[in-house]
Design a protein around this ligand. Structure first.
Ligand code: SF4
Length: 369
């Protein structure tokens, strides 16, 4: 842990919210991201100091629209949400109790709110009453590489018939039953974080974690109107990737042990918090940990522009997307791939098969071209 603290420098670790944890599952093969996140490095500040500020942040319009839609779904004790759940789950919910866990007697501390959430979830799990119960703003916790991450409570946990469901409310539109696949995938990754945190909480409390459904209820506005519609999304694949990535981060010590002992991402902030670390030095430090750039990074990681430039300068096949990169397994650069394709480069050990396929593709292109 000392080593991770030294990598980060003398600032508190950056807390992980559900969005950040979900993004871990977007590129599980990247050692750079695993190390920076395990150390709690502020990637946003790092990217900005390197001269590659992250392209994220919702527009004020999108935030207002998202908040308005969420209020609509949750108003009058989640009346609209209950209507959707009745329709979607096909179960009669004549009376559902609504509990807001966002405020514990005015105490905003995460520990107090989390402990209150645990108490109520424990009670609900023991309760044999089949009536539905909605828990708004549950504050859940996940262990990320030895740090406790309290998850932003922007979901509803719903218990019915002894099973818990996570409800995720998003303001992107579903048009004719279709939503943008990237947005659904991002929502599924984020919901998987809550599902895992809820499973862990039940397990810690001595209950069967399988009582948390892996089907989350995704609520979105339908056909550009503000009328909410709900669908079930199976997040088992996202859960599997997330578990693997969290386990990898817990074992990040093995990657860190390979790094030079003097390596640090310390931004050396002055008294006003302004980074004073020479940019060239920080660039070398970041480049000291292997990255695995993929175009998906552009929507999930603060360092995306920096890593894209680096991959581009190296002519890396990573730029071509994961599918192509995986198909070219073992061929690191575009120049190398072209050399194997036109026969000017002799395939190295293990590259014979991909070289044969590249030569074949080159011949086909020449014939049809
Ligand atoms: S942007 Fe860079 S550090 Fe982030 S996941 Fe992609 S390759 Fe890794």
């Amino acid at each position: 842990m000392d080593r991770l603290d030294r990598l980060r420098g003398p600032v508190p670790p950056r807390p992980h919210d559900a969005r950040a944890i979900a993004a871990l599952a977007a590129n599980p093969g990247c050692a750079r991201r695993a190390v920076l996140d395990a150390a709690g490095v502020d990637k946003d500040a790092t990217a900005a100091h390197l001269g590659y500020p992250a392209p994220f942040g919702q527009s004020p319009f999108a935030i207002t629209r998202g908040n308005a839609f969420e209020s609509l779904v949750k108003e009058s004790g989640c009346a609209e949400l209950l209507r959707l759940l009745r329709e979607l789950l096909g179960l009669p919910i004549p009376l559902a109790a609504y509990t807001d866990l966002g405020d514990v007697g005015g105490n905003p501390s995460a520990q107090v709110r989390h402990s209150h959430t645990r108490k109520l979830l424990d009670k609900a799990a023991r309760d044999s009453d089949d009536a539905g119960t909605l828990y708004d703003h549950p504050l859940l916790r996940l262990e990320i590489a030895g740090h406790s991450a309290y998850l932003e409570p922007d979901v509803v946990a719903f218990r019915l018939g002894g099973r818990f469901h996570i409800v995720e409310i998003k303001s992107f539109a579903v048009v004719d039953g279709q939503a943008e696949p990237d947005k659904v995938a991002a929502a599924a990754r984020q919901a998987a974080v809550y599902v895992l945190a809820l499973m862990n909480t039940l397990e810690e409390l001595g209950h069967d974690p399988r009582r948390v459904s892996h089907e989350v209820v995704l609520v979105c506005p339908e056909n550009f109107a503000n009328r909410p519609a709900a669908t079930l999304v199976d997040v088992r694949p996202q859960l599997a990737v997330l578990r693997r990535q969290l386990a990898r981060m817990a074992r990040v010590g093995a990657i860190v042990d390979e790094l030079p002992p003097e390596l640090t991402f310390d931004l050396a902030p002055d008294a006003d918090g302004v980074p004073t670390r020479p940019v060239a030095e920080l660039r070398e430090a970041v480049r000291g940990v292997d990255a695995r750039y993929a175009p998906d990074c552009l929507s999930t990681c603060d360092l995306c522009f920096f890593c894209r430039d680096e991959a581009s300068a190296e002519g890396s096949t990573d730029l071509l997307g994961r599918q192509v990169r995986d198909a070219l397994g073992g061929v690191a650069t575009v120049t190398e791939a072209l050399g194997l394709a036109d026969g000017s480069l002799t395939p190295g050990e293990g590259q014979e098969e991909i070289a044969r396929l590249l030569r074949l593709a080159d011949r086909i292109y020449a014939e049809v071209g």
